[in-house]
Design a protein around this ligand. Structure first.
Ligand code: NYM
Ligand code: MG
Length: 257
């Protein structure tokens, strides 16, 4: 790695650490909750806000079909005349995203905690743009978010609460859809692309982590159904969310216990 790159890594890590410390100190010495629930507080005193876009996140194992379902959703919403953008994490276009991409391609090696914080920093660097897009009325369909961060890192053995800490304060999704497929079936789908994490045994642990992380608000869709059927269900699920946000659903932040 070059010196310049080292500098960027240390800046990014520092950024993520400060975010984590802030979130911990705002918890006024309370111990972490023993059960991993998605606790969310309302911003702006829980008041209704102006009409806004919806933050919709698709999660799931590698090869569950998220990416193609996301692009179909985008076309559908555009046809209906909604302002909508396709986002994904990691966002490999930023400096931090390039470090993540090289790590995933096994071209660089980083400590498990360090790469976790980089994934988180990659979301923090997009947070203000995300909020302004939503406020301006644009719905964001996001391929992976903080739940991927926690599920993949905790599958390596990192403590789940430690993994959640740097995510606290990011915008909470208005809807999380989990595309459900067994690790075995996912592995059969045209094979994995050869990136780090794309291995059956590891994906089994990721699936368990997702299970611990999910709560009753998540919508679970059977990802083994034909593509068109999955899309049909997704369309039905997301429309209600888009409408509630248009009516001024307040913003919520992630994991502010
Ligand atoms: N991943 C993704 C993480 O480990 N942490 C994160 O925070 C996020 C967003 O990166 N195997 C993992 C999950 C995937 C890999 O994502 C790349 P994709 O959607 O295959 O480009
Ligand atoms: Mg992948």
């Amino acid at each position: 790695m070059t010196n310049a790159c080292h500098l960027t890594v240390s800046k990014a890590l520092n950024f993520a650490k400060v975010a984590a410390q802030r979130s911990l100190s705002s918890r006024s010495n309370l111990p972490y909750p023993s059960k991993c629930t998605l606790k969310q507080i309302h911003m702006e005193g829980n008041k209704k806000c102006d009409s806004r876009g919806a933050l919709i996140v698709l999660e799931g194992l590698d090869r569950c079909g998220k990416t193609s379902q996301c692009s179909r959703l985008i076309s559908y919403l555009e046809e209906l005349g909604h302002a909508v953008e396709s986002w994904r994490f990691p966002d490999r276009n930023t400096g931090v995203g390039q470090m993540i991409s090289s790590y995933l391609a096994n071209k660089s090696h980083l400590d498990d905690h360090a790469i976790h914080l980089l994934f988180s920093a990659n979301r923090w660097e997009k947070r203000s743009l995300m909020e302004s897009k939503l406020r301006s009325g644009t719905t964001l369909i996001v391929d992976r978010y903080s739940f991927s961060g926690v599920a993949f890192s905790s599958a390596k053995g990192l403590d789940m609460e430690w993994c959640k800490a740097p995510e606290a304060g990011l915008l909470a999704p208005d809807l999380v859809v989990y595309l459900d497929i067994s690790p075995e079936k996912a592995a059969e789908r045209g094979g994995y692309g050869g990136e780090r994490y794309e291995q059956l045994e590891f994906q089994k642990r990721v699936a368990q982590s997702y299970k611990m992380l999910s709560d009753a608000t998540w919508k679970i869709v059977d990802a083994t159904l034909p593509i068109e059927d999955v899309q049909k269900q997704l369309r039905q699920i997301i429309m209600e969310c888009v409408l509630t946000c248009q009516q001024g659903k307040p913003f919520v932040e992630l994991w502010q216990n």
